[in-house]
Ligand binder design. Structure first.
Ligand SMILES: Nc1nc2c(ncn2[C@@H]2O[C@H](COP(=O)(O)OP(=O)(O)O)[C@@H](O)[C@H]2O)c(=O)[nH]1
Ligand SMILES: [Mg+2]
Length: 504
């Protein structure tokens, strides 16, 4: 068995489009349930799981085709019945078919190639039924794959294998017996007794009843039924037919049509179940996730910065550089209450976009108040707050004062004003140009130095503010926006999967 398992494809490989589509929807449903986890209402998750399991079981059998196999001993009339049901003359009648490669198949509709490949039906042993000429007469059998299997008494082990492979996928096994050999032990102990439990997918046809006198038919049918019951099979229908006269053939076709429609009803029901489960799941997610602007943490950064005294410190840095203050205060410890307020305001803004359990998940995912507070403190500690007066500026100002004094003295000499005993009280014209030049330089130097120092002060102040905010932003992103984005990405995935499960 293990040897054949390696080469036998999974049933899923054999299915047609309808089954694959349904299978994809079920997988989406299952994945959505799995990713959603405890963020879904447990009752909903459980219901979805039940649907997934049940529909998967159905999918195993495929929903595209209804597989019916005719089985029985040599000469019972399988091939003849096959032709009678198809209304074609395709299967070779009166020929022993000892090998499994000689399975003959008739497909109503199209597709099923993979299935027929797997069953080992040679390409020239396949025929498609249902042409335009048929009108609607063949419509009830649409999707049917009818198989004329090799004779079970021809080459037993190989045949057994075909039956075993077919069993899990076949919707109906029709055992064809004839009035001479219906009691054949090879049939009963070799096959029928092994099929207890599969009664729902079995039927027995007593073929060639045209060879049995009318008055003996009931008795014969009763005898066949008795043997079937003795095999342990209960509720398996036993019907008479004749491939030669056509008697019982319409009833057999009706039975096959019933199996086909039962299968398509089951497929439809499975599809509807998946849709219902998808609707249930859709109620567990929002129609969209909060956008980037809702995840923005600048409000939190504002509060943290204010609480730590960042703007005041930045101002103080500026003041020191300008020369108006002596020292800069240190960052204050951020209060837990303040952090908690900012944190919950942020969370509420983000979480209100998603249903309750996702809200809880978001709250659990983001950093705790304590954590945020500690991280904010650490982050601010790493911000470099250097503030000192510029020495160059101090020297430049000093120089401008000296130059100013020189200019005033030179001016007094020029004007002949006896300021400090210089110039002898007479106007000295030569001193005027140096006085004006020195005075102008002194003023320019003073104005330039003050302006430059103010500019430097602003720049330093802004830099502290910027660095501090950047550090706090990293904390807020790592503690709030980052973890929330992970939860919301999963929310998005669940939402998308639910949409796929719903069928587009
Ligand atoms: N009288 C009679 N002969 C039949 C009937 N069905 C098949 N046969 C004949 O039985 C022989 C074997 O038929 P076939 O379809 O090849 O049986 P298979 O070996 O089970 O495929 C052929 O000669 C058929 O003509 C039937 O309903 N009545
Ligand atoms: Mg045959």
């Amino acid at each position: 068995m293990s040897g054949t398992e390696a080469i036998v494809p999974q049933h899923s490989d054999l299915h047609g489009e309808q089954t694959r589509a349904l299978s994809h929807r079920v997988s989406s449903l299952d994945e959505a349930r799995e990713i959603g986890g405890d963020r879904l209402d447990p009752a909903v998750a459980e219901r979805v799981e039940v649907v997934v399991d049940r529909v998967r079981e159905r999918i195993e059998l495929g929903v595209d085709h209804t597989i019916v196999a005719l089985l029985g001993g040599t000469g019972s009339g399988k091939s003849s019945l096959f032709n009678a049901v198809c209304g074609l003359d395709f299967a070779d009648v009166g020929v022993k078919r000892p090998t499994t490669s000689k399975v003959t198949a008739c497909v109503w509709g199209t597709g099923g190639e993979a299935l027929l490949d797997w069953l080992g039906v040679a390409v020239d042993r396949r025929i498609e039924r249902e042409s335009l000429l048929d009108g609607e007469t063949e419509a009830p059998l649409r999707g049917l794959v009818l198989l004329d299997l090799p004779d079970h008494d021809s080459i037993e082990p190989a045949h057994r294998e075909v039956v075993d492979r077919l069993l899990p996928m076949a919707d109906l096994l029709v055992w064809v017996v004839d009035p001479q050999k219906y009691a054949d032990d090879a049939l009963h102990s070799g096959y029928l007794r092994h099929l207890v439990g599969h009664e729902g997918a079995m039927a027995v046809v007593l073929n060639q009843v045209d060879t049995v006198p009318e008055e003996m038919r009931d008795e014969l049918l009763a005898d066949v039924s008795r043997l079937v019951v003795e095999d342990g099979l209960r509720g398996v229908p036993v019907r008479a037919a004749s491939a030669r006269t056509g008697e019982g053939v319409p009833e057999l076709r009706d039975r096959l049509a019933a199996v086909v429609s039962r299968k398509s009803v089951a497929a439809e029901r499975a599809g509807a179940e998946v849709s219902d489960a998808a609707t249930l799941l859709a109620g567990q997610v929002a129609e969209r996730e909060p956008g980037a602007e809702q995840l923005d943490v600048s409000g939190v950064v504002d509060v943290l910065a204010e609480a730590a005294g960042l703007p005041a410190i930045a101002d103080a840095v500026g003041a020191v550089v300008r020369g108006g203050a002596a020292h800069v205060p240190t960052f204050g410890a951020v209060q837990a209450d303040t952090v908690e307020l900012a944190r919950s305001a942020w969370w509420e803004h983000v979480a209100r976009a998603v249903p309750g359990r996702w809200q809880v998940a978001l709250r659990e995912a983001v950093a705790s108040t304590e954590r945020l507070r500690e991280d904010a403190d650490d982050a601010l500690a790493s911000v470099t707050v250097v503030a000192r007066r510029s020495r160059v500026a101090t020297w430049a100002l000093g120089l401008s004062v000296v130059l100013g004094v020189v200019a005033v003295l030179a001016g007094s000499i020029a004007a002949g004003v006896n300021l400090v005993g210089l110039g002898g009280g007479e106007a000295n014209g030569w001193a005027l140009p140096p006085a004006v030049v020195t005075g102008a330089v002194a003023v320019l130097l003073a104005v330039g130095t003050v302006t430059t120092r103010r500019m430097l002060a602003n720049r330093r102040s802004e830099r502290v503010l910027h660095e501090g905010r950047a550090a706090l932003e990293r904390v807020a992103v790592a503690g709030l926006a980052g973890p929330a984005a992970v939860v919301l990405a999963e929310h998005r995935r669940v939402r998308e999967l639910v949409r796929e499960a719903a069928g587009g």
